[in-house]
Design a protein around this ligand. Structure first.
Ligand SMILES: [Zn+2]
Length: 125
């Protein structure tokens, strides 16, 4: 921290992609409501939907997700576990948002790990 007085910057703008992803979600929910009411989906929505599909091929455009009983694994020790805990670790370049077993949660949820140590943990060192 510098000695100069910190001046809080003014409120910025939501990144365009985040805004678009929210819009995709909104269109999706509206389409599902129309489908459930047996109503035709307005052409404008479908056109906008198609534009987003071209712009963001990796976004989630599935209208109906099939629930699959997937076996979950701890992101650290790889143990099979149904009840995983969310653990967020702060590395030097990345924030690791993990699902971990109780044991790993106890081990790594403390603040005693430096960002370098956390990076090493995920680079297998
Ligand atoms: Zn574990």
């Amino acid at each position: 921290m510098k000695a100069e007085k910190y001046i809080k910057p003014p409120l910025g703008l939501i990144p365009r992609q985040a805004h678009d992803y929210q819009r995709i979600q909104d269109i999706k929910e509206a389409m599902i409501r129309y489908i459930n009411a047996h109503m035709d989906i307005p052409t404008e929505w479908l056109e906008e939907w198609g534009e987003f599909m071209r712009k963001y091929p990796n976004a989630d455009f599935q209208l109906f997700k099939v629930k699959v009983n997937k076996i979950k694994h701890c992101n650290i020790c790889n143990k099979e576990d149904e009840n995983l805990n969310e653990l967020i670790l702060d590395g030097t370049d990345d924030i690791y948002d993990l699902d971990v077993c109780d044991k790993c949660y106890d081990l790594y949820s403390s603040d005693y790990f430096s960002p370098e140590k956390i990076d090493n943990l995920f680079n297998g060192e």
